[in-house]
Design a protein around this ligand. Sequence first.
Ligand SMILES: O=c1ccn([C@@H]2O[C@H](COP(=O)(O)OP(=O)(O)O[C@H]3O[C@H](CO)[C@@H](O)[C@H](O)[C@H]3O)[C@@H](O)[C@H]2O)c(=O)[nH]1
Ligand SMILES: [Mn+2]
Length: 376
Amino acid sequence: MSSISEQHSKDAYITILLNDDYLPGALLLAKTLKKTTENDVILLIDATGLSEKTLELVSEEFDKIIEIEPIISTSEKNLRILNRPDLFKTLTKIAIFDQTDYDFLIYLDCDVLPLKNLNGLFNILKGSNYDIAACAESSWPDIFNSGVLVLRPSKEIFEKLLIKSQELDSSFDGADQGLLNEFFLNKWLRLPYINNVTVNTNLITLENSYEYLPAYNRFHQDIKVLHFIGNKKPWFSRDIENYFTGNLKNFHKLWWEEFDKNYFGYEAGKIFEASSGITPPVITIPGESSSSLQDKYGKEPQAPNLAEEKLVNTWDLDIEEQNNEPILSDEVINEELPPPIFPWEAYRRDPTRVFTEIPEVLKGDFDMEQLNLEDD
Ligand SMILES: O=c1ccn([C@@H]2O[C@H](COP(=O)(O)OP(=O)(O)O[C@H]3O[C@H](CO)[C@@H](O)[C@H](O)[C@H]3O)[C@@H](O)[C@H]2O)c(=O)[nH]1
Ligand SMILES: [Mn+2]
């Protein structure tokens, strides 16, 4: 006999995909979550924005796919101030509150990379009056970043958000973060920043923008979720040396390491074929010149230096023993495979660098003690 309070709540992870461009992010997110949770991993989609190929690929990975009506921004002016006109449909994210089959949801943007088990966050709102928990936006800590959310779905909240979203200039940034913050102003539970460490990919150089590098160095082992905010997403390019600047290169590399652990060869090719407008990864095959590669594949390699010596910087100092390896190993595997169509199919490599503490943490439970929650 079990009382109601003892009953298990129904919880799930959820993300949203609005077009093909974010497909690699969505797939890797699902793969990563599956390693740490038995809960459902749900995908909300705007089917009008997705190709058949994308639909096929996501249906293989997610437990449940829910089609929703896109909600278009009424604040084009504010989106322009944010410099992100591409976010005109992210208000659609409010549909997470409509998923009342679940007691609690952990919402994650497609551009996040979980590094540790997040299951403990399902309990964070239980017994509290809060309907939403999130991390402070690093550039304006009185509001939250909407890329990682813990929420209690509610028809009432969804209806209110929907009505609000239709008002002209309802969102101060033109997108979901502005709307949600206006709605939940001073009514959100603040989670420790390690649950949504934002890597701002819009930075031109580290010198002309503020990033608190000493804190990265001090706390990087505690990071549970990395979030690649801004209009450059890690999967848009495989050119680790040139696409991001400064220590962002390490985060970019980490995303690709995780991707390569999960997808390679033909499968990886299918993903980048489906995600429109994205430069597919290009790998230099040791011993072959760019021009011979070009003859072979009919394509100019765009990152011929990828196999060159790895830069070591502060991020790497404490794991140096794993590190002086080139990003790509020379090892050719599985020679029985059919001849490659794409350059990257020729190679499969083991990760050259891992966060050594992760496997242990992934096995264990989330430590609630460490959350150090405060009521705001
Ligand atoms: O073309 C797009 C754009 C967005 N998305 C989805 O919407 C999310 C949000 O967009 P994103 O590019 O990740 O925004 P950020 O660069 O992270 O910018 C910030 O601002 C956004 C708008 O307020 C919030 O949605 C984010 O959570 C917040 O971190 C993505 O992760 C995807 O899940 C798509 O599928 N396709
Ligand atoms: Mn994001």
